[in-house]
Design a protein around this ligand. Structure first.
Ligand SMILES: [Zn+2]
Length: 712
């Protein structure tokens, strides 16, 4: 299955307008604050042993003030604008803000608490205002514009030319060409939206926690393994309740629905998930999302666009909503047809067992698992012992990177981390030189956001002399005490996926920090990660890591063959649920500026209906009210990117297949032409230069088993 993942990138924080209410906090900032000077740890790694929760806000606020001052100096420079005194100078600003906010956003997502949530609420509108203050500064924009207009005659190298164009486009995109009155209105809108997004994230975290399934009746959990039941009992203890607790994951479907035999329990857990944020209580998010959609449409109008999606996609690889919608439109028929065939197989099982009911979404995973067993005879409990976490990491994820790119890893125990269980590895290039730090934080905690993601603590930049420090975060079920951490096949994919983001960050080889690594368009940034998933089942890699945790025996050939055969299993469902979520996102963000406040439930039903995706047994991967990608993080009008980048990753993998598969030569070429390039050239052109042609949808249909004649 496709993993639910996003990159938490906070690289493009430019700008600053300190609000009067925050002035007091600035005075608390001084040399005693661990962010005051660059970290003296290797790679400038964050000094987590010295950072207190109370250090973040003063450091971020001082960082904004510092960057504001630096930007004003550039804007007020009496010398005529040059590439060096404007663009390069701007790249060097805001170092304090970068180091403090990178650590803060990572920790407040992975290991939050009420104090950090308060900080997040307090600084979100300030950061939005800060970015606006820079992008909407007329003197600064005039300098950028002057250089932009002279760029053809400046004899710049390609990366520098790209920096000029990207920076200019960012200013225009943010509203630099607006009148003063419109700029003021835009600033207000941005601040209001930032506050609403933060409120959404806080409510959803609380709603997800409160939505956990709780029962005192052990028999309700029939079908779960002893270890899973023990983990549910642990979770109950952690919350000081009697019995058993099954916490919610952030997707609509919940992992335990696969094995729970009690249909009433399955329905209850599904409904806990589906209704988590729609209980008309303090955690209900519907009012917020309706308001956000309206404000976003108004912002688009102010900037001269017919809707928010048109504005948002301008700087993406797809470039227009029409391109994204056209691409998704091509997928609807093959995906829903495959899902219908899968549903029929499932209904046949239900009927054969004289179930006497019609397939509902809470039945899907349970019976799909039976179909899988019948057709492919794969039982997850048979598979999981071969996926012990550390083995998958070292002999799978790291090994694949070594075979493709020649890099190697050594665990370090001397660097401070932000929570127990976080591990740190030093990464060495093929020539033995030390190139990066990699952190990983894989187990679910109640105070961790759902899903999985990658963070940059330090971004690579030749200009700044920095090497990458990146992290991967996930929500794998922690093992019961004394038990090994055994992963599902989906978890394994998630590890490879997130590590693909990490490679994109670690291979960065850019001059300028704002063009480095994962600072690319959203409909490109999931490409390296999804591409990296392909190696999880590549025979020589799989055989290397899929070993029984007790005996060390490799996974038996017949089980491996079944896993390979089952690769396209359930792809109708998984593609359709993604498509439904992506269409919901695009429909919300295609609202015209004069549209009234929407009723989210009615809007959702209508949006799915008109895109032929209102399918009773395939609910969207996220319902609007808990779709945190589009309301709480940066994926608004961008969720299609997961599918778009699947097209890219399958098309790219097809290139490897056509050129001898996993070889160092192929890996090095991909690293050199794509993974190391960040945003230093036009992404569509970068892709085509490496691939030899534009991406096509056919490999995606083939690898997902969605070809019209592919059958099931
Ligand atoms: Zn991702």
């Amino acid at each position: 299955m496709t993993t639910t993942i996003f990159v938490l990138s906070f690289a493009l924080v430019l700008g600053l307008a300190t609000l009067s209410a925050t002035q007091a906090a600035d005075t608390e900032f001084g040399p005693q604050n661990p962010f005051y000077a660059p970290s003296t740890l290797p790679f400038q790694a964050p000094p987590f042993d010295k950072i207190k929760d109370s250090d973040y806000q003063p450091a971020i606020e001082a960082g904004m003030a510092q960057q504001k001052k630096e930007m004003q100096e550039i804007a007020n420079n009496p010398d005529p604008p040059t590439f060096q005194n404007t663009l390069v100078a701007m790249e060097k600003t805001g170092r304090l803000l970068h180091r403090a906010s990178a650590a803060f956003f990572a920790v407040s997502a992975a290991d939050t608490n009420p104090d950090l949530q308060k900080v997040r609420s307090a600084i979100a509108p300030q950061l939005a205002a800060h970015a606006d203050a820079i992008h909407l500064d007329p003197k600064l924009f005039l300098r950028v514009k002057t250089i932009y207009e002279q760029r053809a005659s400046l004899k710049l190298d390609p990366e520098s030319l790209r920096l000029v164009e990207v920076t200019y486009d960012q200013f225009v995109h943010a509203g630099a060409n607006l009148s003063d009155a419109d700029k003021e209105q835009l600033k207000k809108l941005n601040e209001e939206m930032a506050s609403l997004s933060t409120e959404f994230a806080n409510r959803l975290l609380a709603a997800t926690k409160a939505g956990a399934f709780v029962t005192a009746d052990k028999s309700a959990l029939a079908g779960l393994s002893d270890a899973e039941i023990a983990a549910a009992a642990e979770a109950a203890k952690g919350r000081k309740v009697d019995g058993y607790v099954i916490p919610l994951q952030n997707t609509t479907q919940q992992p335990d629905l696969l094995s729970l035999t009690n249909r009433t329990t399955r329905q209850a857990i599904f409904e806990d998930s589906w209704n988590r944020a729609e209980k008309s209580d303090a955690n209900d998010t519907r009012e917020i999302i309706a308001k956000l959609a309206q404000l976003r449409a108004q912002k688009a109008k102010l900037l001269g666009y017919s809707n928010y999606a048109a504005w948002k996609l301008e700087d993406q690889m797809a470039k227009t909503p029409e391109a994204a919608l056209g691409f998704m439109g091509k997928l609807v028929q093959p995906s829903t047809a495959k899902a219908a065939a899968e549903a029929k197989d499932i209904q046949d099982v239900i009927d054969a067992q004289k179930g006497g009911f019609t397939l509902q979404p809470w039945d899907w995973e349970f019976y799909a698992e039976q179909v899988r067993k019948a057709k492919y005879d794969i039982d997850q409990s048979q598979v999981k012992p071969y996926f012990e976490l550390n083995n998958v990491l070292q002999n799978g994820v790291f090994y694949a990177a070594n075979q493709l790119y020649g890099i190697s890893f050594k665990e370090r125990h001397d660097l401070p981390v932000y929570a127990d269980g976080v591990r740190v590895f030093e990464v060495f290039d093929s020539n033995g030189s030390s190139m990066a730090l990699f952190y990983c934080d894989y187990f679910k905690r109640d105070n961790k956001n759902g899903g999985a993601w990658m963070n940059n603590f330090v971004e690579q930049s030749k200009l700044m002399g920095t090497k990458p420090v990146v992290s991967n975060v996930a929500n794998f079920a922690p093992p019961a005490p004394g038990e090994p951490a055994l992963l599902t096949a989906d978890d394994v994919r998630t590890m490879f996926h997130e590590f693909g983001h990490a490679l994109h960050g670690m291979f960065a080889n850019s001059e300028y920090p704002s063009l480095s690594g994962t600072n690319t368009a959203r409909d490109f940034v999931e490409f390296p990660s999804q591409f990296n998933e392909h190696w999880a089942t590549y025979p020589s890699i799989f055989q290397h890591y899929a070993r029984h945790y007790k005996t060390g025996a490799p996974m038996p050939a017949d089980l491996l063959a079944k896993i390979e055969k089952s690769e396209t299993f359930n792809k109708g469902y998984s593609t359709t649920e993604l498509l439904a979520a992506a269409e919901l996102d695009m429909q919300w963000h295609s609202l015209p500026p004069d549209a009234p406040l929407q009723n989210p439930d009615a809007f959702e039903t209508d949006a799915l209906k008109k895109t032929n995706l209102l399918i009773s047994y395939v609910p969207p991967r996220y319902r609007s009210s808990y779709f945190s990608h589009i309301w709480g993080s940066g994926y608004s009008a961008g969720y299609y990117a997961y599918l778009w980048t699947q097209m890219l990753d399958d098309d790219a993998y097809q290139w490897f297949v056509e050129h001898g598969g996993l070889t160092r030569a192929n890996g090095d070429r991909f690293r050199q032409m794509v993974l190391s390039r960040g945003n230093t050239e036009d992404l569509a052109k970068m892709y085509e230069a490496w691939r030899g042609k534009a991406p096509s949808i056919e490999p995606m249909l083939k690898y997902h088993g969605l070809e019209s004649n592919g059958g099931k």
